[in-house]
Each structure stands twice: as C-alpha cells, then as structure tokens.
Design a protein around this ligand. Structure first.
Ligand SMILES: CC(C)(COP(=O)(O)OP(=O)(O)OC[C@H]1O[C@@H](n2cnc3c(N)ncnc32)[C@H](O)[C@@H]1OP(=O)(O)O)[C@@H](O)C(=O)NCCC(=O)NCCS
Length: 170
C-alpha cells in the first residue's frame, strides 16, 4: 500500500469511497466543497492506494480559523475514510501518520479534529480543551482532539470556526 497526495484523477474515487465509508453523501460532498474553498491546501489531501492502484483510503487536512485569540489558521483533519472491506488493517493509521508528517513539514502548530476517541489518541491526539482549543458547538470533550506538533506554543488557542462547507456534516 502507498500513501500519496491526491491527484485530480482520484476525485471521483475519493468521493465514492467517502460515500461508502460513511454510508451517506455528506462527507463526500464535504471533500468536494473543501477542494473548491480557500481552506484547501494543495498537497494535504492524501490517498492510500492498494497494490492494484485502487484508492482504499483518504483523508484531508484543511484550514480552520481560531477565533478569540490572535487570528490564526490551523489545520483540521476531516474527513477521513477507509474502504469498509479493508478497515482494521492499518490503512487509516498509515494515513494519519502521513498527515502528521506533512503538517510537521509545513511547520504547522497543531492539527484539530472531531473524531473517534478509540482511534486518534494512539497518534498523540488528546482532548483539545487541554490546549485551550474550543469547539464551535458543545461536543463530547474526548471527541474533540488536538495533536500538538513541533511548532505548537500555548498562545495557539481559541474557538474553532469551520468553513461553511461543514454545514452539512454533524
Ligand atoms: C476510522 C477509520 C478511518 C479507521 O481506519 P482503519 O484503516 O480501519 O484503521 P486502522 O486499521 O489503522 O486501525 C483501526 C483501529 O481501530 C480499532 N477499532 C475499529 N473499530 C473500533 C471500534 N468500534 N471501537 C474501538 N476500536 C475500534 C481497531 O481494532 C484498530 O485498532 P488496533 O490496531 O489496535 O487493532 C475507518 O474505520 C473508517 O473509515 N470508518 C468509517 C468512517 C469514519 O468513521 N471516519 C472517521 C471519522 S472520525
């Protein structure tokens, strides 16, 4: 399996993969919307490709704004999807580690996400409240997480404002 940056010819496969993994179109539409938005970062939409060249995993890092402090953009990991039939075989882990590497390379301070508390802590994600990062709406503390990176500092804090693309995803 290979993890690489998404190419334009992957867009349809990524859309279909997100639909299958989430069982609804919302996250697939979110990916398409983010790609067209100014939150999108070329090079931070990653795919996992199997030996036959099939896209079996995808994740996107894009920008969100931190309000309530000095105006700052930080990376958000959303959405993330692995083909249902290959889940539990390490594809998701490879993608998350690649995303962390890519964010470190860009000298970003942190990655924020809303996700499964049983999956992300193994990669160093911890409740965002510990870093003074607040969700836009009340969510379970354990599910709203931050991975501090090498360039993290305590002044990177505030309430996360998601782009409008997220309106269709709860
Ligand atoms: C979440 C997801 C991306 C993980 O990808 P993956 O390729 O299955 O991840 P990995 O194989 O690297 O690791 C999965 C780990 O989670 C564990 N796990 C899977 N489902 C679990 C559950 N319901 N409760 C607790 N642990 C669970 C697995 O046992 C495995 O742990 P292990 O390595 O200690 O055995 C994938 O399951 C997925 O696409 N789910 C549907 C969409 C989704 O929920 N996306 C994420 C939104 S936050």
């Amino acid at each position: 399996m290979t993890v690489r940056v998404e190419r334009s010819e992957d867009h349809r496969a990524v859309h279909a993969l997100n639909e299958r993994a989430f069982g609804r179109p919302n996250e697939a539409d979110l990916v398409d919307c983010l790609r067209r938005s100014n939150a999108f970062v070329p090079g931070l939409s990653l795919v996992a490709e199997d030996l036959e060249g099939r896209v079996v995993g995808h994740l996107m890092l894009s920008y969100v704004v931190l309000a309530g402090g000095p105006a700052l953009r930080v990376l958000s990991l959303a959405p993330m999807a692995v083909e249902p039939e290959v889940q539990g075989r390490g594809v998701g882990s490879r993608l998350v580690l690649a995303a962390i590497d890519a964010a470190e390379t860009r000298e970003e301070p942190l990655i924020v996400l809303l996700g499964h508390p049983w999956f992300y802590p193994r990669f160093g994600f911890e409740p965002a409240s510990r870093s003074g990062i607040e969700p836009p709406h009340p969510v379970p503390d354990q599910a709203f997480m931050v991975r501090r990176l090498g360039r993290w500092s305590p002044d990177v804090r505030g309430k996360v404002i998601y782009p409008d693309c997220f309106a269709g995803v709860d």
